[in-house]
Design a protein around this ligand. Structure first.
Ligand SMILES: [Zn+2]
Length: 585
């Protein structure tokens, strides 16, 4: 019976033995839509490439040669001739802050490259905002990156103050792990030289001890307390406006890893209107104390079980996210050896930070694990990843539960020991999966290379080592840290090349490059596993949802460089066209 899902011949055979096959194999007759004459990269277990697929009621019902599949057509069947175009399963972005990112994109001043290439460009934009707004009105910006500025340095309040004496300004770095405030904003947040660093946060200071305006990790909360908050309506408006852009890049499913009640309500509103044209699997952000974590657990446990049967698979409350450490761009990830800076210098005494006390982090991991909740744990530094692996190992030993699929989000520089543990825990408990962002190597790769430094760089995102050790991982963008288009991540998994080549084109080397097939796996079947939908999406097989993308070029035959330019011509979600490029008629 299993073969009936994979083998077109077996599907045909089922027609003559309907009673034996009716449970799993769908009836291929009279489909709504046929895609024929394609190069359909199914990503099934055998890596089958076929010509045609048929769809009915939102599901894939038949596969095979064009002539065979055409034989099932009925009077109402629509036929699309792909004329040789390559087709893949809909792509899955396993870590995409779509709620936050879309709101930032719509409601804040965008400071990303290439619109902004220097601190001067930022100042010009802020200046015109001050002219357009009343004094005292907040100016909020996002997505800047010092690694892409001509000046190659962070901004400080002293850059912003001369052009914005009357307006409070807060500009969030693209990592969302730090930002810069001007003096007016610092004053509104009561941040002075006397303000102590909060746990898990840093208020950057000059030699005289005065705040420079840079606030990292938990210190950003001081600013979030005074800036105008987003509402459900903001998130609803922004995600509704941008969801089509996901489809236009071939994304049909995302894992949104840091939501609260507002995002959940916004997604539910979209779903009830029929606007949620991607699948969304969410993780709730764990609060900072064990007591607050218990309250969150109580609230979400009744509807947070990704294995439970649902009416549809469009919006799934999947689990919880916990932060262990900071970021590689702010040099706040938790590492064994001091951070570097400017590639060759040492950031003396800086080993990064943990978001809250490690004991509390462990208690939170234990709490959610014991309750049977899927966990995504943010861990970038080698020490944070070891901590996470030890915690997973311990709680799985205490409460052995197979199939919760706890992840290591980012997993940037795992030790050999951590990788050994991942490989063991994956096979013994179906847990400890890296959820990585290959496009980091490119988009924030110059700043990253400067901070991790020459010795550590070759160990950053060791995808080939994962593969060699039998570790399965899922790929993602971490939007809006990097752009969400999976083509960038697919390309970067192979090219491992930075945007500017500030510290050489390949500071990470290419020893850890992988194949196109593995890169596609990390955005399809392997990512499907991390949203608990591997039986329903991630490959083009009979019975699965018809989440399918037609591309303008074949990822298996183009040059590595061209992978970055791949264009989705047609995107289907549940068998419906949710994106159609003008070039595709
Ligand atoms: Zn993230």
């Amino acid at each position: 019976m299993l073969n009936a899902d994979r083998n077109p011949a077996a599907v045909v055979l089922c027609l003559f033995a309907l009673s034996a096959c009716s449970e799993n194999a769908p009836d291929p007759n009279d489909p709504d839509l046929l895609l024929i004459n394609g190069k359909i990269i199914t990503m099934d277990a055998a890596d089958s490439i076929i010509e045609a697929v048929s769809i009915r009621g939102g599901k894939i019902v038949g596969l095979g040669t064009s002539s065979k599949v055409k034989g099932f057509a009925g009077p109402n069947t629509k036929i699309i001739d792909l004329a040789g175009s390559a087709v893949t399963p809909g792509l899955i972005d396993a870590h995409n802050h779509f709620g936050w990112g879309a709101a930032d994109a719509i409601f804040t001043l965008n400071l990303s490259y290439p619109k902004v290439k220097s601190i001067d460009d930022v100042l010009t934009l802020i200046k015109s905002e001050t002219e357009a707004r009343d004094a005292n009105e907040w100016i909020i910006g996002s997505e800047w990156d010092a690694g892409k500025f001509d000046e190659r340095r962070d901004m400080t309040a002293s850059d912003l103050d001369p052009i914005s004496p009357d307006h409070p300004v807060w500009l969030l770095h693209t990592s969302a792990h730090y930002g810069v405030a001007n003096s007016r904003a610092l004053a509104l947040a009561n941040i002075t030289s006397d303000t102590a660093d909060p746990d898990g946060g840093i208020i950057a200071r000059d030699d005289a001890g005065n705040p420079t305006g840079i606030l990292a990790d938990q210190a950003m909360n001081l600013m979030f307390d005074v800036t105008p908050p987003y509402t459900v309506l903001h998130f609803d408006e922004a995600t509704t406006q941008l969801v089509g852009q996901l489809s236009s890049e071939g994304i049909t499913t995302i894992k949104d890893p840091e939501i609260d009640e507002r995002h959940w309500k916004a997604y539910r509103r979209m779903q009830s209107r029929g606007d949620l044209t991607v699948r969304v699997f969410v993780l709730w952000r764990a609060p900072d104390t064990v007591d607050d974590a218990k309250s969150l657990l109580e609230r979400i446990a009744p509807f947070t079980d990704p294995k439970k049967k649902r009416d549809d698979d469009q919006l799934i409350s999947g689990g919880v996210k916990i932060y262990i450490d900071g970021s590689g761009t702010a040099r706040t990830a938790w590492v064994y050896d001091e951070w570097n800076k400017n590639f060759t210098e040492t950031d003396e005494g800086n080993f990064g930070l943990t978001y809250v006390e490690p004991d509390i982090l462990f208690e939170q991991i234990r709490l959610f694990h014991k309750a049977g909740i899927h966990l995504g744990v943010h861990a970038i530094g080698d020490r944070a990843i070891d901590f996470t692996m030890d915690a997973y190992d311990k709680v799985l030993g205490e409460t052995p539960t197979y199939g919760l699929r706890h992840s290591i989000i980012h997993c940037n520089i795992p030790t050999d020991r951590a990788m050994d543990m991942m490989s063991n825990l994956q096979s013994s408990f179906d847990a400890a999966y890296p959820e990585v962002q290959p496009a980091f190597l490119w988009w924030i790769g110059d700043a990253y290379a400067a901070n991790f430094g020459a010795d550590r760089n070759p160990r950053v995102l060791p995808l080939k080592s994962f593969k060699q050790r039998g570790i399965q991982w899922a790929a993602s963008s971490d939007y809006n840290v990097s752009p969400f288009a999976p083509r960038y991540g697919i390309w970067a998994s192979i090219a491992r090349q930075t945007l500017f080549g500030t510290h050489g084109t390949h500071p990470y080397g290419t020893d850890e490059s992988i194949t196109v097939n593995d890169a596609l796996r990390s955005y399809t079947t392997w990512a499907a596993h991390q949203v608990f939908l591997e039986d329903k999406i991630g490959s083009i097989e009979a019975g699965k949802y018809a989440d399918i993308v037609v591309w303008d070029r074949d990822p298996y035959s183009v040059s590595t460089e061209e992978l970055k330019e791949m264009k989705a011509l047609l995107t289907l979600s549940n068998g419906k066209i949710v994106h159609r490029d003008a070039a595709f008629d």
